[in-house]
Each structure stands twice: as C-alpha cells, then as structure tokens.
Design a protein around this ligand. Structure first.
Ligand SMILES: Cc1cc2nc3c(=O)[nH]c(=O)nc-3n(C[C@H](O)[C@H](O)[C@H](O)COP(=O)(O)OP(=O)(O)OC[C@H]3O[C@@H](n4cnc5c(N)ncnc54)[C@H](O)[C@@H]3O)c2cc1C
Ligand SMILES: NC(=O)c1ccc[n+]([C@@H]2O[C@H](COP(=O)([O-])OP(=O)(O)OC[C@H]3O[C@@H](n4cnc5c(N)ncnc54)[C@H](O)[C@@H]3O)[C@@H](O)[C@H]2O)c1
Length: 447
C-alpha cells in the first residue's frame, strides 16, 4: 500500500520538530500537524514566556541595588502592555524560525487538530492522510483540582497572556512553575501569596536548597502559606476570595488566582483506541526507543512518562529518527539531568539530593556545603545568600550531586552536570583551579 507520508508527526513542539527535521535529513517524506502555534508549550506557553518574565522581573532587583552602586534611584514600575507586546514579538520570532527550519528541511506543515482513524490513518479536521509511521508528540496540559470556583483560576498558559498586571496574585502550587511565577510577579511588583500543601516549596529537591530559596522568597516579600489547601474560590465584586484550610489564614482576597498543580499528557481527543495504542497511568507507554505497543507508532516528549523537559523531548525526538530512519538504533540516558528554577535567586541542581544519596549509599555519603554573601552584596544591601553543595560517596570519592542557589546557578550547574555524568571525584573538584572572583570557584575549595 502506498502511504501519503513515510512519517507523520502529531504536534509541533520541541519533540515533534526535532524528530521531523532529523527524519527528513535521512530522506523521509515527513509531515507534521499543529493545532495551535509552531513551537509548542516550550516556545509559546512555557519555557520562553516564563524566562522572559523572569528577565523582566530581574530589573527591579538591579534597580534596588543601583543606588548603592552610585547610579541613583531608578523608576521601578514595569509597563505591563509594553512588556507583554515585546514578549509576544520574541515568541512570534522564535515560532517563525521553527517554521522556516521545517520548510528548509522539506517537512510539510499542516495546521489542525489531529486524531486517529486507524493505526495508519489520521484525520486533520476533515482531511484524511495516511502514513507508514506515526510519531505522537502532543505534549501536555495543566490540570486543576476539583475545588468549587476553580473556574476563576487561570493556568500558566493564561498567566503569560494576562491583559492586566495583577495587583495581588495567589499562586496555588509548590513546584518549579509556581516558584518561578511567584518570583517573577514579586519582581514585577505585584503582591504575591503562595499557597502550598507541604511544609516547604520545591518538594523532592535538596533540603538545603529548598530552605535557602524559601528564605529568599520570604525576604523578598512573598507571602507563603505552608501546609495549606484551597477549599473554595468565590467571586466577590471585582475580587476573588479564597477559603483556605491550613496553618495561616481562613481566607484571602486577591484579584488573580494562578493554579500550577501539575500537568497531564494531551491525550483526550486523539482517539488512540482506534489505533490500539496503549496508555499507562495517563501517558503513552513507550520503550527505551520510543516505540509504543503498535509496531508503526511511536511517542516522545511530555505525552510519555519521561521527565518533562524540553531537552529531553528534543533528545528523544532525534534518537527516534536516528533509530527508525537513520538505521542507527540508540537510546537516551535520563540519568543526571541538570535542572534549574529561575527563582530569585536562581536555583539549580544535578544528580542526587542528600536524601536520595543516603537512601542509596547510607553512611558512606558525605556532604560539603557553604552559604556565603555574594561579592555583589558587598556594596548592595545584603539580601540573599548563595548556597553551594556537593553530595559525595566516601568510598569511591565520586560526586553524586551538585546543588546551588545563587546568581548564574543554571549556567554553573549545567557544566558541573558534565563532570558528574562522567564520574568526577571530589579530588578532581579539589584539583580544579577556579575563576576568581566568581561564585563557581567555591565548588573547587569546599572542605
Ligand atoms: C510554564 C512552563 C514552563 C516550562 N519551563 C521549562 C523550562 O524552563 N525548561 C524546560 O526544559 N522545560 C520547561 N517546561 C516543559 C517544556 O515546555 C516541555 O517539556 C516541552 O515543551 C515538551 O515538548 P513536547 O514536544 O513534548 O510537547 P509540547 O511542547 O507541549 O508540544 C506539543 C504540541 O502538540 C500540539 N498538539 C497537541 N495535541 C494535538 C493534536 N491532537 N493535533 C495537533 N496538534 C496537537 C500542541 O498544540 C503543542 O504545540 C515548561 C513547561 C511549562 C508549562
Ligand atoms: N517551570 C519550569 O521550570 C519547568 C521546567 C521543566 C519542566 N517543567 C514541567 O512542567 C510540569 C508541571 O510543573 P508544575 O510546577 O505545574 O507541577 P508538578 O507536577 O511538578 O508539581 C505539582 C505541584 O502541585 C502541588 N499541589 C498539589 N496539590 C496541591 C494543592 N491542593 N494545593 C497546592 N499545591 C498543590 C504539589 O505539591 C506539587 O508540588 C512538570 O512536569 C515539570 O517537570 C517545568
């Protein structure tokens, strides 16, 4: 049977685009469909708008310190409309670049919601296409809890499209998106209340890192209600009233509620059952080569149960194309993935936390850490401490994890990720000459 395409990809996010371009390089006839905008969650609704908002917010911290550095006082209020318009232009530019790259690779782009008719046939809003192989790269979407009035709450997607800057925003959630948005809105001078069910933010991260970030957030003026859940949200004239159960208050009144309590794969409406594709705990079940249970159907990115990060989706998309079209079967290692939270200050981590290391290696684990005032604060008002921490296995001297809170943490930890993945020992760290003056040099002098 002749197929319309060798490969059809559903979803033009990082995973789908990476796979499309790589498969086309091998000479495959490739098409990709998208129901929203090219670039996916990462470019349009996630990483990029979120980071641009972090950048916008970072100015207020610099402005605060500018006076001490001799610049005099600086106007401290952002023009929300101008920032949002600039952010939209940047996103449009990136989306267009992806479209251009797809065109240059010879990939056909088809707009429209796509669903399965059978294992080789798809329907794109009434257009029927067939493909020898199909890659599902549909990503995920935010979930909201079943709480009365939750329809008044926005998700991160709407957060980056708000027409007006919130005066007072309540953020429900304790993980990275919640912490980043809290830091950004605080930097942009909105009042921020974070409502978390745990005793501290960033569950699952290194304990010292969690405490250091939370202390800084509180110092920056973010109100954090720990061990607290939202029971109900009501509209009261122009405001939203949240009824809470927990340690601090019974109610708070705000103008915006942001709900960031996790994401689930975008599988509804795909009609996966018509193709016979198996789902495991809400995600498409794949093996290490991204094969589903159906021989001609594959999946990568946030619609699988792999770590939900853009570089993971991209690496999986490329490995899939190399395996299936390049005849070079290969898998992707998800061990030791560095990650960052653009809080103020930034936090980043790679490898095992102290708790994880102790679970694995028990008494053989030793930690080296230091909290210090960054040099920048020797002139500016001392505000936030920098934290650096190494988790080491005593018997082999191997560094198992590195954690940092402080300026450029993401850039520094990214590079330490390479050292840790390739088996660097504490002695290797000690033998490395640092760059002075910098925060990173402290990783090489820990005692
Ligand atoms: C607020 C936020 C911040 C984030 N920040 C970071 C970060 O800093 N660093 C990081 O690494 N990761 C970050 N992520 C995660 C990152 O965005 C995802 O891991 C990444 O986008 C996954 O890529 P993907 O290709 O699997 O899916 P997506 O990027 O979600 O793309 C899937 C695409 O498929 C389309 N689609 C879905 N269903 C259909 C259908 N039926 N028909 C046609 N098209 C369809 C969607 O419209 C979408 O464009 C963030 C996520 C969020 C929500
Ligand atoms: N923003 C980023 O930097 C970034 C980067 C990469 C990947 N991602 C991905 O985006 C996805 C979603 O992240 P996320 O931050 O939305 O959630 P998450 O899935 O990481 O965590 C959900 C959080 O919601 C909290 N929560 C659950 N019930 C709650 C309640 N009743 N009240 C308050 N909080 C409650 C949980 O404690 C948990 O911390 C993750 O898979 C993440 O890996 C985000």
């Amino acid at each position: 049977m002749g197929f319309d395409y060798d490969l059809f990809i559903i979803g033009a996010g990082p995973g789908g685009i990476a796979a499309a371009r790589r498969a086309a390089e091998y000479g495959a006839r490739v098409a990709i469909s998208e129901r929203d905008r090219v670039g996916g969650t990462c470019v349009v609704h996630g990483c990029i708008p979120e980071k641009l908002m972090v950048y916008a917010a970072s100015f207020s911290h610099v402005f605060e310190d500018a006076d001490e550095y001799g610049w005099g006082k600086v106007h401290r209020r952002v023009n929300w409309d101008r920032f949002m318009a600039a952010k939209d232009r940047a996103i449009e530019h990136l989306s267009q670049l992806h479209i251009q790259h797809l065109q240059e690779a010879g990939v056909e782009l088809i707009y429209g919601n796509t669903k399965f008719l059978d294992a080789s046939t798809l329907d794109i809003e009434g257009r029927k296409v067939t493909a020898d192989k199909i890659l599902i790269a549909v990503g995920g979407e935010a979930v909201k809890p079943n709480v009365p009035g939750i329809e008044y709450a926005i998700t991160s997607r709407q957060m980056f499209e708000l027409k007006q800057q919130p005066e007072h925003i309540a953020i429900i959630g304790s993980d990275q998106i919640a912490v980043k948005c809290a830091g950004s809105m605080n930097g942009l001078i909105s009042k921020v209340t974070l409502v978390i069910p745990e005793d501290r933010i960033l569950p699952g991260r290194d304990e010292t890192l969690r405490t250091t970030v939370q202390e800084s957030m509180t110092k920056n003026g973010i109100q954090i209600f720990c061990n607290t859940k939202v029971k109900k949200i009501e509209r009261v004239r122009d405001s939203l009233r949240l009824s809470l159960s927990g340690d601090d208050r019974d109610t708070i009144t705000v103008d915006t509620v942001l709900c960031v309590m996790g994401r689930v794969p975008n599988l509804s409406g795909l009609d996966l059952e018509k193709a016979g594709v198996a789902v495991n705990r809400g995600a498409i079940a794949v093996d290490e080569y991204s094969y589903t249970n159906k021989a001609n159907i594959y999946a990568v990115g946030d619609c699988t149960n792999r770590p939900h990060w853009t570089p993971v989706a991209i690496a999986s998309g490329r490995a899939f194309a190399d395996t299936v079209f390049g005849k070079q079967p290969r898998t992707v290692s998800f061990e030791c993935i560095p990650s960052a939270v653009s809080s103020q200050p930034e936090a980043a981590t790679v490898g095992l936390t102290e708790v994880e290391a102790r679970e694995k290696f028990g008494e053989a684990v030793c930690c080296y850490s230091q909290r210090f005032q960054p040099l920048f604060d020797s002139i500016a008002e001392p505000e936030q401490k920098t934290l650096i921490k190494l988790v080491v296995e005593r018997n082999t001297d191997r560094v198992l994890g590195a954690h940092m809170v402080g300026e450029y943490a993401a850039e520094i930890i990214q590079c330490l990720g390479l050292a840790i993945r390739t088996g660097a020992t504490k002695k290797d760290f000690d033998a490395t000459i640092g760059i002075h003056p910098s925060a990173a040099e402290e990783f090489f002098t820990l005692r």
